[in-house]
Design a protein around this ligand. Structure first.
Ligand SMILES: [Zn+2]
Length: 132
């Protein structure tokens, strides 16, 4: 049977694909595994200049004390591999990569996450240009 299924990534529009990716991310942001990774980054710390911040974490990358609410559970090996396009992945793989093994997750601060994402996107562009 060759019926087109919308849940087949290839049949989606880029907009639908990005919306679904965002939805998967939002569900992950409320998951137990993410919470556990962020919780494990908590550290006993106070800063007199910021008395209202009671929860602190240690960033796994820059090793700075960061308010816990600014921490991100980073996928060490990115959930969309740098040499792969989202439209070439099945949603099962995207979900499996998102809810990955705990040892592929690291609590890092938003600034470090931004830097890592930027360098991954650079590799993505390079891999895109290299393949054609
Ligand atoms: Zn950091």
């Amino acid at each position: 049977m060759s019926q087109k299924r919308i849940s087949d990534n290839k049949n989606m529009t880029p907009k639908e694909r990005n919306l679904l990716k965002g939805a998967i991310r939002r569900v992950f942001s409320r998951s137990d595994i993410r919470r556990a990774v962020i919780e494990a980054s908590r550290i006993e710390h106070t800063e007199p200049s910021r008395p209202r911040v009671t929860k602190w974490s240690l960033c796994g990358t820059c090793k700075k004390f960061i308010p816990t609410y600014l921490m991100v559970a980073d996928h060490i090996s990115p959930l969309i591999p740098v040499d792969t396009k989202l439209e070439d992945m099945t949603w099962d793989t995207v979900i499996d990569n998102t809810w990955c093994e705990k040892n592929n997750l690291m609590a890092i601060c938003k600034d470090c996450h931004k830097i890592k994402t930027k360098s991954e996107n650079k590799l993505r562009r390079r891999s895109k240009n290299g393949s054609k």
